[in-house]
Design a protein around this ligand. Structure first.
Ligand code: C5P
Length: 217
């Protein structure tokens, strides 16, 4: 069986960075499942599909021409890497991801990403639904305030406008939707290792997770 490490948790905890660093360190593939939902949100907007229309979204998900190529995210031939990273795209992703029909259609696509020599998979339900047999599951958390502050610095660093209290509100709203949805809600798998990154640097988080990698593999 192809080894899989799952990294789940709410947005802004550093899951994406941790996943990339870990995959690079191990020489494994990586899966950014959030990008998949983000691309679907963008595709829906472009095609005029309402984010509440579960059947139409499921149809879109079935034939979504998404590819991850050398760190870029392509929708058809269009590079949507920057477009999917906006707050608006994050909110849209969280809305399309709340439909069970949509999640079901994207399951196989995600499972096919498990390739030799191994996969590090980042998302909300990697350890609970997509790869329940993964031998190492991490649940990365941090306080909403710290996550909003990290996002604020990221946006300011890019010279973009940012409003800290608004970011805290957005993060709480997205968390609530992700945690309370009936299907694949954001929660730690029973056998996941909890890591709270509120007071940790990304290097410290990586070291902590590498300890577990050495223990398990
Ligand atoms: O991780 P990221 O912030 O890019 O994910 C965007 C949204 O996609 C999340 O807020 C969540 O609603 C949804 N998502 C999900 N399941 C995943 C990954 C992301 O529901 N495995």
């Amino acid at each position: 069986m192809i080894p899989v490490i799952t990294i789940d948790g709410p947005s802004g905890t550093g899951k994406g960075t941790l996943t990339d660093l870990l995959a690079e360190r191990l020489g494994w593939c990586s899966l950014d499942s959030g990008a998949l939902y983000r691309v679907l949100g963008v595709a829906a907007r472009r095609q005029g599909v309402a984010l509440e229309d579960a059947d139409a979204l499921a149809g879109l998900a079935d034939s979504l021409p998404v590819r991850f190529v050398s760190g870029r995210v392509l929708l058809g031939e269009d590079d949507v890497s920057a477009e999917i990273r906006t707050e608006e795209a994050g909110m849209a992703a969280s809305k399309v991801a709340a439909h069970p029909e949509v999640r079901a259609r994207l399951l196989d696509w995600q499972r096919r990403m498990a390739r030799e020599p191994g996969l590090v998979a980042d998302g909300r339900d990697m350890g609970t639904v997509v790869f329940p047999a993964a031998p190492l599951k991490i649940f990365l958390d941090a306080s909403p305030e710290v996550r909003a502050e990290r996002r604020y610095k990221q946006l300011k660093g890019k010279g973009l406008d940012a409003n800290l209290p608004q970011l805290v509100r957005d993060i709480r709203e997205r968390d609530a939707r992700d945690r309370n949805r009936p299907v694949a809600p954001l929660c730690a798998a029973d056998d996941a290792i909890l890591v709270d990154s509120t007071a940790m640097s990304i290097a410290e988080v990586l070291d902590r997770v590498l300890e577990e990698v050495r223990r398990v593999f």
